[in-house]
Every structure is written in structure tokens, then in C-alpha cells.
Design a protein around this ligand. Structure first.
Ligand code: NDP
Length: 277
């Protein structure tokens, strides 16, 4: 595993395990499998409704809590009650601290939510705080009018949606880039059969998914692929024994379609549909 240092000096694994759409026993078992396969970063969210199962999977793994990096997110509908929501996540996950808590979307009263997160951070209930789905304008605004600079912005990022311009803004403000949907949410996506990716996979004796994940981690982007399949859980963490050349990375950069699959906050349709979640 490789690590990245956040703007408050905390170290975080650069590759983690995602749990969106993973529920019940399957979630518990696959979190346990992931930890036993070597993952130490686990990403969940209040909105996924699986914090309890994630917590059970963690305990089942038998790995010491201190070795893990647990991330959860506050749903925008809870921004008026952020403190209570985080305290509830602690209970759900059966832990007395969280490594990272993110504001899930820049909707509603995220200023109040941020200030409550700052307070919880000062009380050491959370080791680092950050945001998700924040476009650069909202992020820069939040930074300028608050005390703590977010450690992370978790945004959709993969070879077809690389967020190169956003990455530059994040670097400028010392906010680390965390990629969700790093595999474009799975095989239905043409990424897996893309000729450039398949050719690199053959060259390095790796799979297309491993090429996509290595491409992100080599750029200091934290990736959190999700799988409930034991073999793919192992496959997705086995990415640190090869290095893409600069030239190969440039070719992969050329695949960027600059189009997010999951709605972005500046899209009014998306904001409207989110209100119905
Ligand atoms: P991913 O890009 O991680 O893709 C997951 C899909 O890819 C699953 O269908 C999985 O199927 C399949 N898959 C996984 N590994 C492989 C592989 N090696 N080869 C082929 N197919 C594979 O999408 P997610 O949306 O799950 O994103 C990752 C995580 O990011 C989430 O789980 C969640 O934690 C976070 N997230 C955050 C969001 C936010 O708003 N902040 C939004 C969305 C996600 P299978 O299980 O069968 O292997």
C-alpha cells in the first residue's frame, strides 16, 4: 500500500474500498474480505444506509481499529444536524473516532455543517474533515470564509472523467483529490474494452481495472473501487507492482471525455432530482 499525507499531516492510504450499493450481509462479508485482502481505507456514507454493516465487517476482520482509515459522509439533508449525525455514525460504525468525515454534496446549509465538522475536528472526534462533489468555485469560497481547509474533495474521477482542471485547483489549495467511481461504475462502461487500456493491460500483465486504478494513484489521486466479488476485491488492490511511464500516462490523459456520469452540482436537473432522494 502507498500513502498520501493530508494538509494536517495525517497519513491516508491512497487506495481504499468503496461500499456504495452494498448492503446487508453481503456488505458485512465484503468489507471483512477487503480488510483481509489488505485494504485499510473503507469509504461509507450516512446516505448508503450501511454504516452498521460496515462496522460489523470491520469487527469481523479482526484487524485493530487503529490500523484502519474509516471515512463517512454527512448527507445534505442532515446539514442542520451535523453534530448529531456524526455522533450517530460513530455509534453505527462502533468506533470512538472517525478518520475522515465529508460533506456529501454542496447543497443546503453546508456552511453550518462545515462549522459543526470543524468543531468535531477540534474535539478530536474526527482526524480530518473534507467535502465531496464540490466544484472549484464552491470549494474556494468555503476555504476563504472558514477556519479549516478541507483535507479532501471526493469527486467522480476515472479515465473518461479525469477532472484535470479541478485537480489543479485542489493542488493550489492543498486539498487532496479522492476519486469516486474510479472504474466508471463497472463493466457496462466502454473503459474496460478501450484499446489503449487493453494494450497497457497486456503489456503489464494486468487487467484494465488495474491500469485505470494505477493511473489515478500515480497522480496522487486516492481511489476507492467497490466490488463485492472476492477476486475483484483482490485484483483492485494489486496495483503497486508496476509503474506507467510518463508517455503512457499522457496517452491515458488523452482519453478524458470531461463528462461526469453522476450529476454534477452545477446541473439544475441533478439538484432537483437530489431533493427527492
Ligand atoms: P466503481 O467505479 O468503484 O465501480 C463499481 C462497479 O465496478 C461494481 O459494479 C463492481 O462490480 C465493478 N467492478 C469492481 N471491480 C471490478 C473489476 N476489477 N473489473 C470489473 N468490474 C469491476 O463505482 P462506485 O460508484 O462504487 O464508486 C466507488 C466508491 O466511491 C463507492 O462504492 C462509494 O464508496 C464512493 N462513491 C461516492 C460518491 C459521492 O457522491 N461521494 C458517489 C458514488 C460513489 P462487482 O461488485 O460485481 O465487482
Amino acid at each position: 500500500m502507498e500513502f498520501i499525507t493530508l494538509n494536517n499531516g495525517i497519513e491516508m492510504p491512497i487506495l481504499g474500498y468503496g461500499t456504495f450499493l452494498s448492503n446487508g450481509d453481503e456488505c458485512e462479508q465484503s468489507v471483512c474480505k477487503a480488510i483481509q485482502a489488505g485494504y485499510r481505507l473503507i469509504d461509507t456514507a450516512e446516505a448508503y444506509g450501511n454504516e452498521v454493516q460496515v462496522g460489523k465487517g470491520i469487527r469481523l476482520s479482526g484487524i485493530d481499529r487503529k490500523e484502519l482509515f474509516i471515512v463517512t459522509k454527512v448527507n445534505f439533508k442532515s446539514y442542520e444536524n451535523t453534530r448529531e449525525t456524526v455522533l450517530n455514525s460513530l455509534k453505527n460504525l462502533n468506533t470512538d473516532y472517525l478518520d475522515l468525515v465529508l460533506l456529501h454534496w454542496p447543497f443546503g446549509n453546508y456552511y453550518q455543517a462545515w462549522r459543526e465538522l470543524e468543531q468535531l475536528y477540534k474535539e478530536k472526534k474526527i482526524r480530518a474533515i473534507g467535502v465531496s462533489n464540490f466544484d472549484p468555485d464552491r470549494l474556494v469560497d468555503l476555504i476563504h470564509f472558514n477556519e479549516v481547509v478541507p483535507a479532501i474533495n471526493q469527486i467522480e474521477t476515472n479515465v473518461f472523467c479525469q477532472r484535470q482542471a479541478e485537480h489543479e485547483w485542489l493542488e493550489k489549495y492543498h486539498v487532496k483529490h479522492m476519486a469516486y467511481a474510479p472504474l466508471g461504475q463497472g463493466q457496462q462502461n466502454e473503459m474496460f474494452s478501450n484499446a489503449v487500456i487493453v494494450e497497457l493491460a497486456e503489456k503489464y500483465q494486468k487487467t484494465p481495472a488495474q491500469i485505470m486504478l494505477r493511473f489515478l494513484t500515480q497522480q496522487d489521486i486516492i481511489a476507492i473501487p467497490k466490488s463485492t466479488n472476492g477476486l475483484r476485491i483482490q485484483e483492485n488492490i494489486d496495483v503497486f507492482d508496476f509503474t506507467l511511464s510518463n508517455e503512457e500516462q499522457n496517452v491515458l490523459r488523452g482519453l478524458d471525455q470531461k463528462k461526469a456520469m453522476i450529476g454534477t452540482p452545477e446541473n439544475p436537473d441533478f439538484v432537483e432530482s437530489a431533493m427527492k432522494w
